[in-house]
Write a protein that binds this ligand. Structure first.
Ligand SMILES: Nc1ncnc2c1ncn2[C@@H]1O[C@H](COP(=O)(O)OP(=O)(O)O)[C@@H](O)[C@H]1O
Ligand SMILES: [Mg+2]
Length: 329
């Protein structure tokens, strides 16, 4: 009987495509951490033709691309989104690991309100790692919010909040912390909302054990306005830190402004701004729960994702109930 295949120790793993030439096994020693990406070629992995830039975040650049293989088979919709590291970010030695983590986390998820992932690949010539995703057509939530300085109406708020919170609750149920809930990571696509960008995500305690864990503080990639105070102090993201970010986003949708102006949680905490929080005018109910989601102290942050979901699933309160809620908000 032949010897069973043994996995290499994780630290020695090097995908062949990271070698300068994919056909040269002698180059396998090239470490994934030592990749230096060059300019983005027009066609990646002999298959994905870059058409145009769709958006840039703190870490990645996302392009619309044509999958030439699908096209060859007559697929009328061969268009995809291709995410690679933005040029300056690609300089971090282990940034590709972050992109792979995003792939591995998103690959665990299959939900109508979470972006659909196709694959992770490396272009052998340019040494560019990239992930391919469904191409979403529609505005990001931050584009929508910038046009609505007064906030969204209760009905609009529900239409966005319910699928968004469902996507997050589902991610948590699959052991995936999003880690970067904010308006630019949500797209209102033609066929419904999608949550995406698990680039700063983490597996829940005990899950996906072999994935490398990278400290977000080493990357300047994230927007601190939605980050819970404990993250700013270097803690690992958790369900509670996702709840805080979700709370900030829901508050902003309901009022038109973030809960603590444009300050980060530590600045807001130092100024005692939590004591000045007022109920957003368009929030018809659930203020008690939302305020709890915004607690600076993670131990006091009792609101769960499910409780937040319940607020927006409830039928709209009557005018009298609304008045009563306001008087007691
Ligand atoms: N699947 C997609 N389809 C269309 N546009 C996308 C898609 N994914 C991302 N984008 C656009 O690219 C931007 C950056 O993508 P994101 O994954 O958030 O990168 P980063 O990790 O750098 O924040 C988004 O805000 C959005 O405008
Ligand atoms: Mg993003």
């Amino acid at each position: 009987m032949s010897e069973p295949l043994r996995a290499e120790p994780a630290s020695d793993l090097t995908y062949f495509a990271f070698a300068a030439s994919a056909a040269a096994p002698a180059s396998l020693a090239t470490s994934a951490a030592a990749i230096v990406a060059s300019d983005l070629p027009e066609v990646l992995a002999g298959r994905y033709l870059i058409e145009r830039l769709l958006g840039v975040g703190g870490m990645g650049a996302v392009y619309r691309a044509r999958d030439l293989l699908r096209e060859q088979f007559g697929d009328p919709e061969p268009y995809i989104a291709l995410k690679t590291l933005s040029d300056e970010f690609a300089e971090y030695p282990d940034a590709h690991t972050l992109l792979y983590t995003e792939f591995a986390l998103t690959a665990r998820l299959s939900h109508r309100h979470v972006v659909r992932l196709f694959g992770f690949d490396v272009d052998a010539v340019s040494q560019r790692a990239f992930i391919t995703l469904e191409l979403l057509k529609g505005p990001t939530l931050d584009q929508v919010l910038s046009e609505r300085p007064e906030g969204l109406t209760w009905d609009e708020l529900r239409e966005i909040a319910v699928p968004l919170i469902e996507a997050l609750a589902y991610s948590h149920s699959r052991g995936v912390i999003h880690g970067d809930i904010k308006p630019s990571n949500v797209i209102l696509a033609e066929d419904g909302l999608r949550l995406f960008d698990y680039g700063l995500g983490q597996p829940l305690e005990g899950g996906l054990k072999n994935l490398p864990r990278l400290s977000r503080n080493r990357f300047k990639a994230w927007t601190t306005r939605y980050a819970a105070p404990e993250l700013l102090d270097g803690a690992e993201p958790s369900e509670a830190s996702d709840v805080y970010a979700l709370g900030c986003l829901l508050y902003e949708m309901a009022s038109g402004s973030p809960p603590f102006r444009r300050l980060n949680a530590k600045q807001a905490k130092a100024m005692g701004l939590d004591k000045e929080l007022v109920r957003p005018q368009n929030l018809a109910c659930g203020w008690f729960t939302l305020r709890s989601a915004l607690a600076f102290d993670a131990a006091q942050r009792k609101a769960s994702v499910t409780q937040l979901l319940d607020i927006f699933r409830r039928p709209a309160p009557s005018r009298l109930q609304r008045w009563f809620g306001r008087a007691h908000g």
